[in-house]
Ligand binder design. Sequence first.
Ligand code: NAP
Length: 528
Amino acid sequence: MNLHGQSLVAGKTVSGSGETFTATNPATGEMLPVPFHKATADDVNAAMSAAETAFAEARKLPGERFAVLLEKIAEEILALGPDLIARGMAETGLPEARLVGERARTVGQLKMFAALVREGSWVDAVIETADPNRQPLPKPDVRRMLRPLGPIVVFGAGNFPFAFGACGGDTASALAAGNPVVVKSHTGHPGTNELFAHAVVAALKTCDLPAGLFSLLQGPGATVGQALVKHPATQAVGFTGSKRAGRILFDLAAARPVPIPVYAEMGSLNPLVILPGALSERSEKIATGLAQSITLGVGQFCTKPGLVFVLETTAAGEFVERLAKQLSATPAATMLDLGIRKSFCEATAGFAKIPGVKRVVANEPSGFAGASPLLFETDSATWRREAALREEAFGPAAMVIRCRDVEDLKTTLRFAGGNLTATIHHGASDNAADVRSLADLLEQQSGRVIFDGFPTGVEVCHAMVHGGPYPATSAPLTTSVGTLAIRRFARPVCFQNVPQDFLPVELRNANERKIWRIVNGQLTKENA
Ligand code: NAP
């Protein structure tokens, strides 16, 4: 499919400002074909106004229409065939197998939300029928359910061009809840995003749904992105990316005359604790798994384990040697772009300069945007003292922190802050009370606690939480992966004494959709 390099507003191309930018192949430095036109303030207005108009119509439609839409988008993505993979590879340097896998995940997410919406119980319907005889006052008829918010602005991530891209998890969950979506296309992979936008436009047409349910704007975050967040029609923002940009957008949204929620998934250090019992049972196995997890996707995973906590023992020293050997043997690979490589090099060069920090693996960067794995080691007191060591180095690097004993480990872990994940490796000889209290501590600081595994690889399922306390996210009450993500884009509305004909179908006495509801305190599929 040919790219046109323009933004798409409600299915139509817009001409933009006349200023253009190009995508670069991070493996070669080659400028890729097709200049992309930066959207203007008028384009932002047009996209948001089309979204508002589409919402007025779409909010009356049954969930089934959105289920069919999501399935159709999945089909259209697959129909893009090798063009999508080829453009994705050229724009991001990610290998074919990774992108083929990520496409399967993207399609799977869309289908998962289609199934959720078709089943229907996600709306969380609760019905309390009236009791006119209640004393001292009659009880009114009160019913509630989740309803869509309105136009949602989505910022995709640079490191997951498909699964967190224009048709990624945020778009899927926002559409599933019945909202229009306006995507601020990531400038790292504008052609990939355009291809995804073509898939959505085609699906909307086939499903005979309003074209304004989806727009994609090309251009920088600092102008186009911020204008979208400030636009009065925008009701919420889904963001995946750096802490710096996420925080700017969060503050901007809070400063609007009408503040709106920003669901920002940002950076994470992902602490991983290895207890002596685990090392005595399987030191080599953990070293192999950890090296793979640190270097997966050239370390450009928000769930990369960046902090490794061990107790000061001989076995821990041997483990660090094993890990260092594995990392040294991992070849250099291409990072997403020169900017990310530069940030990675600056952050890690900064670590190396801090007294008390030892560089255990010191590979040199190579290729146009290539990077090699790095490993650092320090003691708990140094790590607690130096705030710079707690900044994310987005890339294939990790820091081993040696703690004196379990109490020192607990004290030190508290400095790890909010994280997407926290992992603990334990063995039969470890004290169960210690394991329990460490796990409890990790739970308070993360969205997902993992035992005896590695945090990279996020299962897309109903029970997943890809979230966590700040700074991992700006909204720790929710997740950006898994079906719970739909709740970010819906709000509970209560209907009091509303006649049956005027109620949403999910709240009427007759349970036409046969969904699970709570009726007068009982979970049931029966009529009210
Ligand atoms: P990024 O630089 O924050 O970019 C993300 C989006 O924000 C892009 O669309 C970007 O626009 C926009 N943006 C950047 N600066 C902005 C500003 N001043 N105002 C408004 N918008 C702005 O992040 P990235 O390069 O995509 O990804 C790397 C980072 O993402 C890492 O730190 C990683 O930890 C994090 N990440 C987190 C998760 C998670 O789930 N927590 C997942 C993946 C990645 P442009 O297109 O103009 O750059």
